[in-house]
Write a protein that binds this ligand. Structure first.
Ligand SMILES: CC(C)(COP(=O)(O)OP(=O)(O)OC[C@H]1O[C@@H](n2cnc3c(N)ncnc32)[C@H](O)[C@@H]1OP(=O)(O)O)[C@@H](O)C(=O)NCCC(=O)NCCS
Length: 183
């Protein structure tokens, strides 16, 4: 576990968890949340993770910590643009781990890492406007809406808007779990 708070931790993205990640990703609510329209085979996902592990994106496995043994429950990713020190943010939780505050906690820990270890200036994301739990979790973690892409996606067969959200390193409000690690 690299960084953690009382309920949630971030650790490495792992090839041996590929089937677990794939199961979470194929959940219908995940497909709708991401605007994906068809399932992916485990064989294709296994090929994809080899590519992901060699790439420059910053990926974490999210762990739930309250039950003694850390349980993998999700993935967060930062897709950096080094020329401007910004990154796009993506998150996905296991269906059974949603609605308990872990999306907010994992997003907050990832921003702490992004601003205090990776030294990013700004993190942004895109979210389909009807995805209310995601928007709420992002707001609670420090993002705010920067704009709307009209009719940019689909939600349950209906055209919908997509929100752009951003947060600056200067927006990050204490406490940080990383700052106290340094003298
Ligand atoms: C999006 C996701 C990461 C959020 O994580 P989570 O752990 O479920 O979120 P949290 O429990 O931290 O917060 C959800 C918030 O939304 C609120 N919420 C839930 N349903 C809601 C609704 N229909 N309308 C408004 N708010 C709602 C919750 O009450 C909570 O806010 P609160 O703590 O202020 O009460 C998770 O649901 C997920 O992985 N979804 C599938 C993939 C996905 O959609 N990813 C995002 C793509 S952009």
């Amino acid at each position: 576990m690299w960084v953690r708070d009382d309920v949630c931790g971030l650790g490495p993205y792992q090839a041996d968890l590929v089937e677990t990640y794939w199961r979470w990703e194929q959940d219908p609510a995940s497909l709708i949340g991401y605007g994906r329209q068809q399932p992916e085979s485990l064989e294709a996902r296994t090929e994809g993770i080899a590519h992901q592990l060699r790439g420059d994106n910053i990926r974490f496995t999210v762990y739930h910590l309250t039950d003694g043994t850390p349980e993998p429950v999700g993935v967060t990713t930062l897709l950096p643009d080094p020329s401007v020190r910004t990154a796009e943010y993506v998150v996905m939780l296991a269906p059974e781990a949603r609605g308990m505050g872990l999306g907010t906690a994992a997003t907050r820990l990832t921003l702490d890492y992004a601003f205090h270890i990776t030294n990013l200036r700004m993190v942004w994301l895109k979210v389909l406007a009807p995805n209310k739990p995601a928007v709420r979790a992002y707001e609670r973690a420090g993002f705010r809406t920067a704009g709307t892409l009209r009719q940019a996606g689909y939600w349950l067969g209906q055209v919908c808007d997509e929100l752009l959200m951003d947060t600056l390193s200067s927006d990050f409000s204490p406490p940080s779990v990383i700052s106290p690690l340094m003298p």
